[in-house]
Design a binder for this molecule. Structure first.
Ligand code: GDP
Length: 456
């Protein structure tokens, strides 16, 4: 999968902007710049320094007035010679500049190919490379911190620690397979078991951070559910109006729900309103129930809205029957009217907040209840942990590694042959290597980098 040609791509998003950057990486980078840039001969350009000049087409005509920089190997993002040309950020200029480099022998980069080269050249390990995309896509300050920690190698360090302990155990075991006891001394298997058990515990602590990590990365799916007219749309609008930090519209919004995003207590939130499906989402009909069930299944928390000014209806109970109480917060809406549900909102549901979506009252308490719901799961120390697991791929690898170590402990207890014990340790190492990329199969690598944008 490793190619050594010279790749070119815009590094800034399409559209108009103050500057637009073309990035070039590979052995021909400096030559491509020499053939197109007038301002300073490239062999006189110092690495990592910007030079002012003009970008010229083959016929000598000016393409743009630019700033250019060479970052020479190995001290560049990809580890290769990298050139960046800062053009004016207009689509036509960018197109022409890109075409110019392509006509001189550059190849248009594939998605993520710059980062892939950084990985293949050992500038980043795989978990750091994956963090790049999470930094770019982070939707809250906290999510950004987690991703930056991973980019700085904190997860890799932790994984290396697991691997080093496992390798030490493996070395001891294998020494005793290869040489009889009288040559290398007797094996203190209990001590090895103790070390491995400590690593298992350490892995468990890391695995416990996954819920938080996932939520910070992907956001919380907050579903607003309830029968027609309880005030779901009003509540959604009130929540969005109150929360100042409304982010952008979420891509991939389905046609049968309204989705908006906001940030609460550092958690990116995807607010999903089922009101948009009022016609088809009739809970009395089986299809409506099925659809509502699907949505509840995908939600991290359901806001089950009731009209507190009216007695409960059959449809309220039906909606409630679809919700797991531990994942549900009752919202008694319309409390600007006499609240007749306050004392006994709904059997089985312990937590409720009272609001008036219309008067925008009680929203702070609602937000606090939502954040507390997720923070409680975080209390185990996730946010205090210096490393947070946020990729399912990493979680699965640590789970596999831990499973192998646990099998090692069990086999050791039953005095299994040393060969069997060493197999378990080797499997744990292979699983850990997948996180940092040492043992990750090529097809998985391809898939990871294909999720990047072009130019990254
Ligand atoms: P949905 O069908 O659940 O989405 O409900 P809507 O948001 O469309 O609201 C239904 C009706 O209830 C509308 O007439 C709203 O003005 C009204 N409504 C919503 N929230 C409140 C509230 O807090 N107090 C009062 N008095 N009326 C409300």
């Amino acid at each position: 999968m490793f190619s050594t040609d010279t790749i070119v791509a815009p590094a800034t998003p399409p559209g108009e902007g103050g500057v637009g950057i073309i990035r070039v990486s590979g052995p021909l980078s400096a030559q491509l710049l020499a053939e197109t840039f007038v301002g300073c001969p490239t062999d006189r350009m110092r690495s990592h320094q910007l030079y002012h000049g003009q970008l010229r087409a083959a016929d000598g005509s000016q393409v743009d007035e630019v700033l250019a920089v060479i970052m020479r190997t190995p001290h560049s993002y990809t580890g290769e010679d990298v050139v960046e040309v800062h053009c004016h950020g207009g689509p036509q200029i960018m197109r022409q500049a890109l075409d110019l480099f392509l006509s001189k022998g550059g190849r248009l980069a594939n998605p993520g190919e710059f980062t892939q080269r950084a990985f293949l050249n050992g500038r980043l390990d795989l978990s750091q490379a994956e963090a790049v995309i999470n930094v770019i896509r982070a939707r809250s300050a906290e999510a950004c911190q987690v991703a930056l920690g991973q980019l700085n190698g904190r997860l890799s360090q932790r994984v290396h620690r697991f691997a080093n302990h496992t390798r030490t155990a493996l070395a001891l075991i294998e020494a005793h397979i290869d040489f009889p006891d009288d040559e290398v001394g007797s094996l203190d298997l209990t001590a090895v078991q103790r070390e491995v058990a400590a690593t298992v515990e350490d892995m468990t602590r890391l695995l416990d951070t996954f819920d938080t990590g996932r939520i910070l990365r992907d956001g919380i799916n907050l579903l607003i559910l309830g029968r027609p007219n309880v005030g779901k749309s009003s509540l959604m609008n009130a929540m969005l109006g109150e929360a100042r930090a409304i982010v952008t519209e979420i891509p991939g919004t389905t046609r049968d729900t309204l989705e908006e995003s906001m940030v609460l207590g550092g958690f990116p939130i995807r607010l999903i309103d089922t009101a948009g499906v009022r016609d088809t989402d009739n809970l009395i009909e089986q299809e409506g129930v099925r659809r509502a069930k699907d949505k509840v299944g995908m939600a991290d928390l359901v806001l089950l809205v009731l009209d507190a000014s009216e007695p409960l209806k059959e449809e309220d109970r039906l909606a409630a029957s679809l919700c797991a109480p531990e994942k549900t917060l009752l919202v008694l809406n319309k409390v600007d009217r006499p609240n007749i549900l306050e004392d006994q909102p709904l059997e089985g549901f312990l937590r409720h907040v009272s609001v008036s979506a219309k008067l925008e009252q009680g929203l702070e308490a609602l937000f606090e209840a939502v954040v507390t719901h997720f923070d409680r799961r975080v209390v185990a120390g996730d946010r205090r942990e210096d490393v947070v697991l946020s990729e399912r791929r990493h979680q699965e690898a640590v789970l596999r590694a831990r499973h192998s170590l646990m099998r090692f402990l069990e086999s050791a207890q039953h005095a299994a042959p040393l060969e069997c014990l060493s197999i378990e340790l080797r499997e744990a190492l292979a699983a850990l290597g997948q996180i940092t990329g040492e043992t990750t199969p090529d097809d998985i690598l391809e898939q990871i980098f294909s999720e990047f944008c072009v130019g990254k």
